[in-house]
Design a protein around this ligand. Sequence first.
Ligand code: BV8
Ligand code: ZN
Length: 228
Amino acid sequence: MRVVVLTGAGISAESGVPTFRDADGLWEGHRVEDVATPEAYDHAPITVHRFYDARRAALAGVEPNPAHHALARLEQGLGDDLLVVTQNIDDLHERAGSSRVLHMHGQLLSALCRACGGRMRWDGDLVDLPPCPGCGVSELRPDVVWFGEIPYEMDRISDRLAEADLFVSIGTSGAVYPAAGFVQAAASYGARTLELNLQPSEGTDWFHESRHGPAGVLVPAWVDEVLG
Ligand code: BV8
Ligand code: ZN
């Protein structure tokens, strides 16, 4: 069975990573357009760097939860028939043991050089504008996809959605596109669609089945069903 799993901030909530839309959500402190757009970066790079440096540093204080571990276990069972597409820029899927993971909105632990296009693992700050290890120019930005930018690996994602037997969405509000449109795409190709979320998402009507509750409970139970 070929499975595509889409995850959002809700799968990392029980690990202590703030979500975007919850009361004390990430954006609360900042207006989205002030920190997650190319215009914001051109206008106030220090503010944007501080925002991402803080999230990068916070990764050391959180751990994968049972939902992340259950998906790693599912990968053991399904191998290449499973692809996890995440909107999250944290590294909790990988730390739980998942390797077949696609970060469509980028990663905190990666820096992108605007001068030479180089990408490199980065776990420190960028606010002090360090020189690029590749070309020496101080043009390193967070390797994340901002609003108005094209998400990563859209071709691979579209191919896998087209051949999926099952599409599962975990911990996402369905507010941000193109990720929010994946359920319709998968359903139009004949896939069965399942939502695992604390509450109904904006796209909940597109799912054949919806289960509502914490991912740390719903995902291990669903994986047990699949692996039988
Ligand atoms: C693009 C990286 C062109 C940075 C992010 C169509 C219609 C309208 C608008 C658009 C449209 N198409 C494009 C747009 C514009 C825009 C957009 O969607 N705007 C929205 C606001 C209307 N999209 C873009 O700009 C995208 N680019 O479209 O380029 C293109 C398109 C296709 C092909 C080629 C080119 C780029 C968007 C990416 C922006 N970057 N992140 C960073 O992280 O700082 S988006 C960011 O916000 C996240 O990555 C994620 O995608 C989104 C947040 O959503 P969630 O992860 O779902 O989190 P949220 O807090 O909202 O919800 C949490 C959910 O979990 C809730 O439902 C809650 O109930 C649940 N939950 C909570 N706790 C638990 C739980 N569930 C289970 N267990 C729990 N314990
Ligand atoms: Zn460079």
